[in-house]
Design a protein around this ligand. Structure first.
Ligand code: 3PG
Length: 420
């Protein structure tokens, strides 16, 4: 279905106060508090640069309440300034008097980063648009901005106030990242190509389990290749790993994995060997002889060989979360091999997340996959055919503010519909 949306071409934003909702939620080093990567900041910087004649008020969330990455955006503002090569101000406030005063005193060409939007209770909730409009967050800010640019594609699945609340209050359009993501996804998903192979790795187990649910429900995961911590959860559920994984809600996740395996055992491929860290180095061990003797940091060569075959036979491959701790040379084998298998396959290939994007650059194959998205959960929901609240907001804004203009973008809204 075509998406009705306005883009930066459609609104004259020069001299205007623009609320720019980006997603610069970035992995944070647990000890130093440093930003670990810049992928989302670099994306956001492109839209900020494009708004060089406006007064740009940047809003983003960072982390989740109670998690170690739930921090202020002061460092993000500094990083943006470095990327843009110009001053970027930061205010440790979101919609209080200090933030509003700073916004009102801005000159055209200036950039102001508000503090973590999730420091407000409301941004942590999901709302219907009409209720989002009435939140303090939106109703206080709306009198101080002339327009809104939605550029947080990776938060497109959250109906939080700053995603869905402004669309009908001030002229609202898509930023460069959102427009690019939707165009690329439309292009690569325009031709439905099965079988669908999903490679899931990394440490975010609950996100990966949610992804499986969404993709399976919409026939977008004929085969799921499990790696990383989620791979261990499935091994444990299958009775092949007995140690403790030391992760939050471990028992719940293991039970969920058990249920998924029981429903369709053929769908899930699990590691047959893994690499553990012993005396500071790599040792490949069969999962049968795995007894919690060292941290599991990669998949082993037999698993790589098995997974490469599935990737070669796929019509579409989606990877979310790295198969191993590729930042360390000894443990990068699995990630490098599977990414290279994707790069050389004839399948439509989609990569999710900044970590994998940096891995692709590291291996020099960044331009050999079809789409690299900075999004995680939002991309999964999109691939699974779910309506995204941010896209709905853009459609409402287009109906209210725009000359009706169908962009050459379709959401491939129901990619699973009609598929076997
Ligand atoms: C993400 O990293 O996927 C987005 O920033 C959304 O974050 P959330 O899952 O905490 O809403």
């Amino acid at each position: 279905m075509a998406i009705r949306m306005l883009t930066l071409e459609d609104l004259d934003l020069s001299g205007k106060r623009v609320f720019l909702r980006v997603d610069i939620n970035t992995p944070i080093h647990p000890e130093t508090g440093a930003l670990i990567e810049q992928a989302r900041l670099e994306e956001a910087a492109q839209t900020i640069a494009r708004l060089s004649k406006s007064k740009v008020v940047v809003g983003s969330h960072q982390g989740r309440v109670g998690r170690p990455d739930y921090t202020s955006l002061a460092k993000h503002a500094e990083a943006l300034s470095g990327i843009l090569g110009k001053a970027v101000s930061f205010v440790p406030d979101v919609f209080g008097p200090e933030a509003l005063r700073e916004i009102d005193s801005m000159e055209a060409g200036e950039i102001l980063v508000l503090d973590n939007l999730r420091f407000t209770a409301e941004e942590n909730q999901e709302y219907r648009p009409v209720d989002a409009e009435r939140t303090f967050l939106v109703s206080r800010l709306k009198g101080h901005v002339d327009a809104c640019v939605l550029d947080a594609f990776s938060t497109a699945h959250r109906s939080s106030p700053t995603i869905v609340g402004f669309a009908e209050l001030v002229p609202t359009c898509a930023g460069l990242t959102v427009a690019k993501e939707l165009r690329m996804l439309d292009k690569v998903l325009g031709v439905e190509k099965g079988p669908y192979v999903t490679v899931l790795g990394g440490a975010k187990v609950s996100d990966r389990l949610e992804a499986i649910d969404a993709l399976v429900a919409n026939n977008r995961a004929d085969r799921v290749l499990l790696c990383g911590v989620v791979g261990l959860v499935f091994l444990k559920a299958a009775g092949m790993y007995r140690g403790s994984l030391g992760i939050e809600s471990e028992q719940k996740h293991v039970m969920k994995a058990r249920q998924l395996i029981d429903e369709d055992p053929e769908r899930f491929a699990m590691p047959v060997d893994v690499a553990i860290k012993v005396d500071g180095g790599r040792r490949d061990v069969d999962v049968k002889s795995l007894a919690g003797q060292g941290a599991v940091l990669d998949i082993g060569p037999k698993t790589v060989e098995k997974y490469e075959k599935f990737i070669k036979g796929a019509g579409t491959v989606f990877m979310s979360g790295p198969p191993g701790a590729f930042e360390w040379k000894e443990f990068s084998f699995g990630t490098e091999s599977l990414l290279k298998a994707m790069a050389s396959s004839l399948a439509t290939t989609i990569i999710s997340g900044g970590h994998l994007s940096s891995a692709l650059r590291k291996y020099g194959i960044h331009d050999q996959v079809d789409h690299i998205s900075t999004a995680g959960g939002a991309l999964v929901q999109y691939l699974a055919g779910r309506r995204l609240p941010l896209v709905d907001a853009l459609e409402r804004a287009s109906d209210k503010w725009g000359p009706r203009k169908l962009q050459a973008v379709s959401q491939a809204e129901k990619p699973g519909a009609g598929r076997a």
